[in-house]
Ligand binder design. Sequence first.
Ligand code: T6T
Length: 320
Amino acid sequence: MGRLQMVALAALVLLVAACGGTSSSGSAGKQYKIVLIAGTTADNFYVTMNCGAQAEAKRQGVTYTFTGPNHFDPASQIPVVSSVTAQRPDAVLIAPTDVTALIQPMQQMKAAGIKVVEVDTHVNDASIAVSHIASDNKKGGEIAADTLAQLIGGKGTVMVVNVNPGISTTDARDQGFHEQMASKYPNINVLSTQYDNDDQAKAAQILTSTYAAHPDLVGIFAANTISAEGVATGIRNASATGKIKTVGFDAEPQSIQDLNNDVVQALIAQQPAKIGSDGIQQAVNALKGKAVQNQIGTGLAAITKANMSSTSQYFYKSSC
Ligand code: T6T
């Protein structure tokens, strides 16, 4: 190899070193650190979101971490937010578990210079996050109402089994469902929503006690994956398979099985992987001073036993 080529090669090596390889880095080769704080790590919706975020983080060459509480509630999530803030990552994707309780911890995160992106849920202060990425949850509730009304022939008693009041996503689904029922289905009697605190056993117990009190109960809208699995267990326990029709939100493996076994009749799937990857993209854009999309709405898909073979791309994962 000639002298000139040697000099050129040396220069190239230096250039790559100066840019820190092909990674997405800030000034002077700083490797961006981004953390995803899930609503709970014990839920395949967030596991699937993590898969999408992880893949995008790899593509962007950023250092990425997935964390969160093991139960979907603010008391469990706030300590995680505080410890992540103390580690001073460059950006955080977060699914706040309550619209008010997470405002102050997230304000502290922003005040620490961390770029905040809301994924899935949000708090009642839109000024904290640079971007908000979620499904159209109110629309999802309306679709659930139309689907359930069709399944029960437009008449009978139904109820929503939900997580807790104060969660932006499931509150919007509940609102969409009730408004759609009230405006379009006068022959359907909608009982007051009951809350299971994101606990399957509680959801199963709600189903059996409501069915005992209302033998004319013919339909349930389960507003998230944990509620749907608990309601399915309750329906089996009450030997009410087929008698009570259920529309569940989300599409994780257990719910897909329940659909296949006719315990559940329809699922409304979100796109958690896309929410995760869009979240990374917007965080990197914000860090690089590029244009950031403030609101991103991701799609929904209605899955039934009849279309399962053509909708598997919407099935959630239990690992990446
Ligand atoms: O339905 C999702 C998510 O969108 C919601 O905010 C909380 O519950 C899930 O994680 C499913 O358990």
